[in-house]
Design a protein around this ligand. Sequence first.
Ligand code: SF4
Length: 296
Amino acid sequence: MFEILRKSLRTGIVTTSYPETPVEISRFARGRPEIDWHKWEDARPATAACPTGAISFQDTGERRITRLDLAKCTFCGLCAEADKAIRMTNVCECAARRRDDLVTEASYSLKPDGRHERLVSTPDSRKSHLNKTASLEPGSLDVLGRKIKTQVDSVLGRSLHIREVDAGSCNGCEIEIVGLNSPVYDLERFGIHFVASPRHADMLLVTGPVTRNMEMALRKTYDAMPAPRLVVAVGACGCSGGIFGQNYATVGGVDAVLPVNVYIPGCPPNPYALLHGILVAIGRLSPAPKPSHPAV
Ligand code: SF4
């Protein structure tokens, strides 16, 4: 016992000062991939190498529209091995409030052999997101979003209770979530606590693709939470269905079942990425800047 106490005193404070200080992470840690859009000669090898369809392209005549979707990306690095115009970074603060803010598109004119000739334009990626809400009056989503955000900020800004639901994950995300309560990340210093009952929770943290077996349980957990309530989708599986997508056993990402307030990409997202996403959700941090579209 005394030996443990002596060791603790010798070790001193290990808690990170994040977000006041930047993320302290090994330069070898796996973060999001980065494409050098101007030097990208061919989207086909990386698309073939990508196991989740995070990199994709569509050819229309002499044009090719390429797409990098961080919601699907597992940060595996296979694209970087297949194409020297892509490199893996250690950037982990990727959380976004909108699914389509995780998507970057660019289009190229093509050579006869199918390689890229020239970067032509950067199409607007927001259409897909807006299509899902097409039944709402124009502008009503923004008004509703602002209202909810004001309510959430005023009610939850200083304290937050989280209920975590594993909707079908491999437990990789859970291991990182457990790390949030360690002395290093110490989530409780923000007044944020995990709770056992959804009736006490303000935020639902959901991991995994939503399996059909867990769909009803997830809906019921959400329904049991008092308003205002936040939903955060964790990891590639939670953000998009990840490697599983939609199949006989899974319905896809969390937003196929519940309205999602924040998406945290990664496979799994490390505790810094989780902290960033949770603080973004309660308005204490800004979301990651949308990956810049390449200037033509
Ligand atoms: S790092 Fe992401 S984009 Fe690259 S191959 Fe892996 S899943 Fe696909």
